[in-house]
Design a protein around this ligand. Structure first.
Ligand code: NAD
Length: 500
């Protein structure tokens, strides 16, 4: 198939292998990757079998048990993390292009992700040299301190929506705390992670500290969750896979963190400037073509402004420039894969069958500049009921619903009315109302008059079925540590518990 998009400047015509014990290692099978922008073949990737995964785990095990990394001072590890951050910045153009080419997102979004990834390393490089632990007064004559230590070998499994950023959210705190790693990128989007790991090794990581294994979930992911040599598994992905991973981790009761999906509400009260609310609503759902865990996929809108909100959304959504990620004009790119295109179009059909009405969009875009790329129009459903699948289930595409409310109580009931609890937003100028609503939202990330703001400095993660634990901030570092209490007895004599 002939490509219909401009040729990328990055070279994909090279070997794409797993990285084990500090070197690239060819896999045993090959996977063809496709360019989501036009469906043309992109490159082949060699994937690991279970023996290679085992080798990677053993390499990380040795690097942890014998290697210098966990024993190095925090300052020395920080130097490496700072160097990695600078290296990412130096190669930001190349990494962003690779990300856009493989994942489909517009270049400007990829550039943002790459710069955020570099800063994630800077944040943890700084944090690990700051005071931590506790000195505790206890009812005895002892010096009692509490320290944090690395957990050991961490298996990390990430999805395809922010391939490089999700990997860095895991690499930076895990390495900063002194752990060693085996990471499995998504089988759809491994390219930027492979290149990143090559660059990271140029910054002084000892061999074996960071390994990546390429392949699908069953072959390369499951062994990480199951292995008794792995001390922690950190997963970002769907609820379905998260549950499988939690089960698999039971074998050696390894530590588990899960960053899962969402069906996040954005509540709009009538006192809010409607144009501002609409502007954020578009960003909430159509950024990265809706393939964002925190996507605002349910607009919970007061009945008095419902029709105006829908009319303004329609007017603005029609102007969104959909196209290939490497076209500077593009504002929304394609979906990542034919599989995701099918998932999203299936949900559009399900919603129609259930009786939801399309306010705009709903079509696949093909031909012309779209070629055989995986494009879906920005889509909005109205006239939905709370129990419809389009309201309850994560679509992970550019598809949102509008739910109408009369009272604050009703808005909250709708907003909290799914099994998820990742993010939620409220739009109002009434300060007390905003605080009341945010307090009542059952989710881990909230915004007042904003959406999608994400900072390396504050925790990210969800309530209920949106996950276990938190990434980012100090919580993200804690999640890669074990806690140890140290008691030093200051009394010299024996304890005298038993008579001599
Ligand atoms: P997915 O669950 O299908 O796959 C995620 C990763 O798990 C992939 O690397 C996949 O190969 C691997 N995997 C699949 N089956 C496995 C198994 N049995 N054992 C071990 N690994 C296995 O998810 P996806 O479609 O790649 O990503 C989309 C999902 O990720 C959405 O639900 C989204 O909300 C979620 N997500 C959450 C966050 C967050 O921070 N909460 C961030 C990004 C994405």
């Amino acid at each position: 198939m002939v490509s219909t998009v401009a040729k990328s400047k990055v070279n994909t015509d090279r070997n794409w292998h797993s990285f084990i014990d500090g070197k690239a290692e060819k896999g045993t099978t090959e996977r063809q990757l496709f360019n989501p922008a036009d469906g043309s073949p992109l490159c082949k990737v060699s994937e690991a079998d279970s023996k290679m995964v085992e080798k990677a785990i053993k390499s990380a095990r040795k690097a942890f048990d014998e290697g210098p990394w966990p024993k190095m001072t925090a300052y020395d590890r920080a130097k490496v993390l700072f160097a990695i951050a600078d290296k990412i910045d130096e190669h930001s153009e190349e990494l962003a292009e690779l990300e856009s080419l493989n994942q489909g997102k517009p270049l400007r979004e990829a550039q943002y992700d790459i710069s955020d990834a570099a800063n994630c390393f800077r944040y943890y490089a700084g944090l690990i040299t700051k005071p931590n632990g506790q000195h505790v007064p206890v009812p005895a004559n002892s010096e009692t301190t509490v320290v944090r230590e690395p957990i050991g070998v961490c298996g990390q499994i990430v999805p395809w929506n922010f391939p490089l950023l999700m990997a860095c959210w895991k690499f930076a705190p895990a390495l900063g705390a002194g752990n060693t790693i085996v990471l499995k990128p998504s089988e759809y989007t491994p390219l930027s992670t492979i290149r990143l790991v090559e660059l990271m090794y140029e910054c002084g990581l000892p061999a074996g500290v960071l390994n990546i294994v390429l392949g699908d979930g069953k072959t390369a992911g499951a062994p990480l969750a199951e292995s008794k040599l792995v001390d922690k598994v950190a997963f970002t992905g769907s609820v379905r896979t998260g549950k499988i991973i939690a089960q698999a981790a039971l074998g050696n009761l390894k530590k588990v963190t899960l960053e899962l999906g969402g069906k996040s509400p954005m509540i709009v009260f009538p006192d809010m400037d409607i144009d501002t609310a609409v502007d954020y609503a578009l960003f909430a759902i159509y950024c990265n073509a809706g393939q964002v865990c925190s996507a605002g996929s349910r607009f919970v809108v007061h009945e008095s402004i419902h029709d105006k909100f829908v009319a303004k959304m329609t007017e603005r959504a029609k102007k969104i420039k959909v196209g290939p990620g490497n076209d500077p004009e593009t504002e929304m790119g394609p979906l990542v894969s034919t599989q995701q295109l099918k998932t999203v179009t299936d949900y559009i059909e399900i919603a129609k069958k259930e009786g939801a009405k399309i306010a705009y969009g709903g079509n696949v875009l093909t031909g012309g500049k779209y070629g055989q790329g995986y494009y879906v129009e920005p889509t909005l459903f109205v006239d939905v009921k709370p129990d419809m699948r389009i309201v309850q289930e994560e679509v992970f595409g550019p598809v949102a619903v509008v739910q109408k409310f009369k009272t604050e109580e009703e808005a909250l009931e709708l907003a909290n009315g799914t099994d998820f609890g990742l993010a939620g937003a409220v739009f109002t100028n009434d300060l007390a109302l905003a605080h009341r609503v945010v307090k009542a939202l059952r989710c881990g990330i909230t915004w007042v008059n904003g959406y999608h703001f994400t900072y390396n400095e504050v925790p990210w993660g969800g309530y209920r079925q949106s996950g276990w634990g938190r990434e980012l901030g100090t919580f993200g570092l804690d999640a890669y540590t074990e806690v140890k209490q140290i008691n030093v007895n200051l009394d010299k004599g024996p304890i005298g518990w038993f008579e001599k």
